[in-house]
Design a protein around this ligand. Structure first.
Ligand SMILES: CC(C)(COP(=O)(O)OP(=O)(O)OC[C@H]1O[C@@H](n2cnc3c(N)ncnc32)[C@H](O)[C@@H]1OP(=O)(O)O)[C@@H](O)C(=O)NCCC(=O)NCCS
Length: 174
């Protein structure tokens, strides 16, 4: 896969994929239903955050043909830490892409942003994401209640931590 900056024209492929409740329900901030205007608002936030050094969001594409498969990113949180996130369109599940994307974005955070410890969280009813994080070396750091915008409800969220020294030493460009 390849990671690149999100663009206006990605609305065509992103909006139908993230509009799937099975995806949105596992993310904290994605609305449901998801409209094209939500994508443009996200782009504004991402561009603003990028300029301030607080948001680094990428579109995940298939290297062979450039097809858009999902998104990943690393985001500065008010608590004073960087958190990673990722999602893939349903047709692309189960092929190891989330693990590869999460590994790339973590490498970007450690090497380019000089982050010391990365944070991630997954909802308790989303064990596949927990497995992705465990494969990268993330370790449990307690449970929090987080709001899911799509579910319009608070959900148990397992928090995970990855200190720089627990991440593979191989340099993987984002
Ligand atoms: C969760 C998600 C990112 C996984 O993407 P993916 O590309 O299928 O993930 P990968 O193939 O890299 O790895 C998934 C791992 O979870 C495992 N897994 C899948 N379903 C599982 C389940 N129900 N219980 C436990 N493990 C599960 C897989 O076997 C695999 O582990 P393995 O390599 O040891 O066999 C994807 O389903 C998704 O985008 N979901 C919606 C959004 C989301 O949940 N984002 C993450 C928010 S924290």
């Amino acid at each position: 896969l390849r990671l690149r900056a999100p663009q206006t024209a990605d609305a065509r492929s992103i909006v139908p994929m993230i509009g799937d409740f099975e995806i949105a329900k596992n993310l904290s901030s994605a609305p449901h239903p998801y409209f094209e205007t939500d994508w443009y608002e996200l782009l504004d936030r991402v561009n603003e955050g990028h300029a301030r050094g607080t948001d680094f969001t990428f579109v995940i594409t298939r290297a062979s043909d450039g097809a858009v498969m999902g998104m990943c990113g690393v985001h500065w949180r008010d608590g004073g830490f960087f958190e990673i996130g990722y999602w893939l369109g349903r047709p692309h599940w189960g092929e190891g892409f989330a693990t590869e994307a999460a590994r790339r974005i973590s490498a970007f955070a450690f090497h380019d942003l000089k982050v010391e410890t990365l944070v991630a969280g997954y909802f308790a009813d989303n064990p596949a994401s927990g497995r992705v994080l465990a494969k990268l070396g993330f370790a449990p750091d307690g449970m929090r209640i987080k709001d899911s915008r799509a579910r319009k409800a608070p959900v148990e969220c397992n928090m995970m931590l990855l200190p720089r020294e627990h991440f593979g030493r191989r340099r993987i460009a984002a």
